[in-house]
Write a protein that binds this ligand. Sequence first.
Ligand code: AMP
Length: 281
Amino acid sequence: MIEVLRTIDGMRRWHRQASGTVGLVPTMGALHDGHLGLVQASKGQAGRTVVSVFVNPLQFGANEDLSAYPRTFDRDLELLKEAGADAVFYPSVEEMYPRGESLTRVTVGRMGQVLCGRARPIHFEGVATVVMKLLHIVQPDYAFFGEKDWQQLAVIRRMVDDMNVPVTVVGVPTVRESSGLALSSRNHYLTPPEHQLAASLSQALQAGRRRYEDGERSRDAIRQTIWNWLEEQGLEPEYVELVNPDTLETSPRLLDAPTVAAVAVRIGRARLIDNLMLGRK
Ligand code: AMP
């Protein structure tokens, strides 16, 4: 039996009655197999699994897709029942932000300003703030985040370390279509030809990885390979970056330490991101 909890009080009451460890999977709904991979990871590690479904206004910029973001709660609930989640935390915006905008925010310094932070300057502050709230509300032992959103995972790990939050953050590998395209709720925005084109993100990253595996260690050279691949498909990358997986800092030469190659590209109405680890983490 899955329980749907719409209030913070109800969520806390559920937690008090739950025995054993609790895993939290934060989502914005419109669930797909990527999200369900996080649920499986939680079920493998924690006694009980709570999935939160909340489209967080704080992490959307003024010109972004907050109102258009897909909301499919009835279907999400069916998928979560099938996946064997124990509870869904599904609060309203008023429940999460009863006083309107939150005056207190969690900022993550330069880690929130690089990569996606350049085009979305308030995004990671919004993410860190809502995740901190969710961690306080649900009080899980484990929290599961997808590697698909590498910057988000790195930011949350750093926030939890910096603020001594008593939770173990677990990163879960990206779930992809057979074309290589990373599953994303924003893939809903793509027309069929755009959907096909979107596989170029992972193909470009694979091309970059091949250069790395052939021994190339110049950041600029690998960046250029990825950039050119995307441009040859007629795409205009927002960024292509190679960064340290933990600090998100760049350095001109990739030494033997692992590096994350990350890209963001706009295709039609969708802004898509993807990343790939070069070297073993
Ligand atoms: P979202 O609902 O897009 O905010 O995503 C909720 C969580 O699911 C985040 O931790 C994402 O990184 C993760 N996620 C989204 N897509 C994927 C995917 N294709 N593979 C693995 N995790 C994913």
